[in-house]
Design a protein around this ligand. Structure first.
Ligand SMILES: Cc1cc2nc3c(=O)[nH]c(=O)nc-3n(C[C@H](O)[C@H](O)[C@H](O)COP(=O)(O)OP(=O)(O)OC[C@H]3O[C@@H](n4cnc5c(N)ncnc54)[C@H](O)[C@@H]3O)c2cc1C
Length: 313
């Protein structure tokens, strides 16, 4: 049977949530879903794929694209080549996928966020989801896909029973590059992942001088201040406050996004919030597609009004 091979992303032995998007897409592709994991991976839900291939290797070897191609060669020899080879669209997923595409001469489609069953084409977005491109593999060989976080996880359904598990021998350890260690961030003064209400500011607030006013707003409504990446890049707020793929993933009860456009790298970090309220002066801003409540307004005017109202109550 033709199958889709999902190369999992594992960090410190934990199976990352973003793998569910690759698993969800493999379900839409109507292929047998086979998961490739390093043997130390914990919290793998064994009922959401058909087969699991556990590699006798630590995450350090598995993460290395040079070793991964040796693991894949082994899988292809014993199981044949899959129709699709899926990776997460993350820093390590993109690196490994690109390397594998070059090594095996497989076509690759990156940052896939949509699939059209009728045409068999994959879509990816440009300009913060304003334009979508459609792609299709036109070669009769394995197609590599990197899958955007948050796009397909809802399609990852449970099977009646646990997947069958097989063990794959350790790869030939490539000596060209060695994983040394994870370097932890310094402990942050504020942990935005624990907040129940986040007031999140974006480039739309205009300048660093505005930040104290948003801090005041967060304080009076008993929230915590977070932000998008440009706010960190411009040194308006520290990195520990950043929400998104290269920042933190947050799930507060209320996420108030002020002057944030809604680029997917930001959305991926906050889309599971219970209630998203977006304030933006552009009615076409992509963030409104994800918001439960949208307000087309000038952020500063609304901020001042909210502070005034909260102080008065
Ligand atoms: C590898 C990579 C990783 C990334 N990681 C992250 C990440 O972790 N987190 C992240 O946030 N981004 C990340 N980005 C950047 C991301 O692509 C966007 O550039 C970024 O999210 C945009 O931030 P923004 O919405 O604050 O700014 P903009 O896109 O510039 O949006 C500003 C918004 O403010 C609105 N606005 C302006 N003035 C006002 C006003 N007076 N009143 C109301 N609205 C106003 C505008 O209409 C606009 O929609 C990453 C990018 C890359 C390439």
């Amino acid at each position: 049977m033709s199958y889709a091979l999902v190369v999992s992303e594992v960090r410190k032995n934990l199976f990352e949530e973003r793998n569910f998007d690759s698993i969800g897409l493999s379900a839409l592709l109507e292929r047998e879903a086979v998961l490739l994991v390093p043997e130390g991976a914990q919290n793998v839900n064994e009922t959401i794929v058909d087969r699991i291939l556990k590699v006798k290797a630590g995450e350090d070897l598995f993460l290395n694209p040079l070793n991964l191609t040796s693991i894949l060669e082994n899988v292809f020899e014993t199981h044949g080549k899959p129709d699709f080879l899926l990776f997460t669209h993350s820093a390590s997923g993109m690196e490994a996928a690109a390397y594998a595409a070059g090594y095996f001469s497989f076509p690759i489609i990156t940052d896939v966020s949509g699939f059209n069953k009728e045409t068999g084409s994959f879509s990816k977005s440009y300009y913060s989801d304003k334009i979508f491109g459609e792609f299709k593999s036109v070669l009769a060989r394995t197609c590599i896909l990197t899958v955007r976080s948050g796009s397909f996880k809802d399609h990852a359904g449970e099977r009646a029973g646990a997947a069958t598990t097989e063990t794959i021998e350790a790869p030939h350890a490539d000596e060209g590059r060695a994983f040394l260690e994870y370097v932890e961030e310094e402990k942050a003064a504020v942990d935005i992942t624990k907040a129940e209400l986040l007031v999140s500011v974006g480039r739309g607030i205009g300048s660093k001088d505005e930040v104290p006013k948003y801090e005041e707003l967060a304080k009076v409504i008993k929230g915590v201040l977070s932000c998008s990446r440009p706010v960190v890049d411009k040194l308006w707020l520290p990195k520990e406050r950043q929400v998104g793929t290269s920042g933190k993933t947050v799930k507060p009860k209320v996420y108030l996004a002020m002057g944030i456009s809604g680029a997917f790298q930001h959305i991926a970090g906050m889309q599971d919030s219970d209630c998203i309220i977006a304030v933006n002066r552009d009615p076409e801003a992509p963030i409104f597609q994800y918001a439960h409540f949208g307000i087309v307004a000038d952020v500063h005017k609304l901020r001042d009004k909210l502070i005034e109202t909260a102080k008065g109550s």
